[in-house]
Design a protein around this ligand. Structure first.
Ligand code: AMP
Length: 137
């Protein structure tokens, strides 16, 4: 079954496309979290970052920068968020890997709840967590 983004790529359903090349497409997110909220999507569907090949990811992030620069210019914003949800637990709803580019007009227009747990984590815990990641590389 094809993803909704594959349907956009195939022009089976409409979208407000802002950029396209042989590997990547970029169009407005239908939900517009903020003015200009744009998605950058590799044309070949990989569900998450765990599957996408490095070279395609590298090209995709280059286009994320291009779209970010365009959004900065178009909407006169000083900042934006670049976001990729991977997996249901992380809030992913379309299982076709993509980046969100979300221009920010105030510090209240999008609420990301990332708790600061600095005071809860001991030096030993940091060390153990870093070691787990290093060993997995
Ligand atoms: P995520 O939840 O990170 O997987 O993001 C999927 C995004 O795709 C959501 O922000 C949706 O609003 C957006 N979306 C779903 N359907 C469409 C569509 N037909 N055109 C544009 N954006 C869409």
């Amino acid at each position: 079954m094809s993803t909704i983004f594959e349907k956009i790529i195939a022009r089976e359903i409409p979208a407000h496309i802002v950029y396209e090349d042989e590997l990547v497409i970029s169009f407005l997110d239908i939900s517009q979290a903020t003015e200009g909220h744009t998605l950058v999507v590799p044309k070949k569907a990989y569900a998450t970052i765990f599957e996408i090949p490095d070279d395609l990811l590298a090209h995709t992030i280059k286009i994320v920068k291009k779209i970010s620069n365009a959004c900065q210019k178009a909407f006169h914003v000083e900042g934006l968020n670049i976001l990729s949800n991977n997996g249901t637990i992380a809030g992913q709803t379309v299982f076709h890997f993509h980046f969100h580019v979300i221009p920010r007009f105030s510090d209240q227009d999008v609420i990301f709840k990332m708790s600061n747990r600095m005071n809860e984590v001991t030096t030993d815990t940091y060390k153990k967590r870093a070691l787990l990641i290093k060993e997995a590389l």
